[in-house]
Ligand binder design. Structure first.
Ligand SMILES: O=C(CO)[C@H](O)[C@H](O)COP(=O)(O)O
Length: 224
């Protein structure tokens, strides 16, 4: 199976996982990226079984609306039955790196409101130690150089993602060459740098379940 087929398989597994949890008034949180897109496209099948969705990006919101799924502003919602999204890396504790698609801040906010985070990923995202994928950090534009210098002090090599502006009007620094042995600690340290809006470590609130697509099937993984 190629990577896209694995992504489709985990999207299908997420539909099967979510379907029994949906009630007529349920609101679902939906993430961003190519794996999330496969999920969104299949979610059309269930659109009469839940009330509405909240999306972590404008792109996902448009895709959902295109299928006739109502999209709500998060401020209108007090709880999401689940949040379904992809990841750039996951370790065995289901601490994640996210933000390859620059949507990390909204993803963190939507995830915070969700009862359960169902992560969907192909096996290329499964790692022993997080950090081979450069860690995205969303930064207020005027703080970019200052934050970059502070990230160097933490041992990383930040690279400005040129030409990219987030849905919140900010910029992204991708931090290379980190070996993240304590994701919870690093998540807090980076958040403490003035000018950082959010970083792509989902360690304090990681995934509750990972549906991991392998060539021999989808594995359901709970945090170690
Ligand atoms: O965090 C994300 C977007 O900000 C995505 O979930 C992550 O980049 C994975 O993307 P894909 O499913 O396309 O591999």
């Amino acid at each position: 199976m190629n990577q896209d087929q694995l992504k489709q398989a985990v999207a299908r597994a997420a539909i099967d996982y979510i379907a029994p949890k949906l009630e007529k008034d349920s609101i679902l949180g939906i993430g961003t990226g190519s794996t999330a897109n496969f999920f969104i496209d299949m979610l059309g099948e269930l659109k009469d079984d839940f009330a509405a969705a909240v999306a972590s990006s404008d792109a996902s919101a448009e895709r959902l609306k295109g299928l006739g799924i109502e999209v709500l502003d998060l401020n209108e919602v007090s709880e999401l039955v689940a949040y379904v999204d992809g990841a750039d890396e996951s370790n065995a504790q289901l601490a994640l790196i996210k933000g390859g698609g620059a949507a990390l801040t909204r993803e963190k906010i939507v995830r915070a409101v969700a009862r359960e985070f169902v992560c969907i990923a192909d096996e290329s995202k499964w790692v022993k130690v997080l950090g081979e994928f450069p860690l995205p950090v969303e930064v207020i534009p005027m703080a970019r150089s200052y934050v970059a210098r502070e990230l160097v002090k933490l041992g990383g090599d930040p690279v400005y993602r040129e030409g990219v502006m987030t849905d919140n009007g900010n910029v992204i620094l991708d931090v290379h060459n980190l070996s993240i042995t304590d994701p919870k600690d690093l998540e807090l340290r980076i958040n403490q740098i003035t000018g950082v809006v959010a970083n792509g470590l989902f360690a304090h609130k990681g995934a509750d379940v990972l549906l991991l697509g392998r060539s021999d099937g989808v594995e359901t993984i709970k945090p170690k």
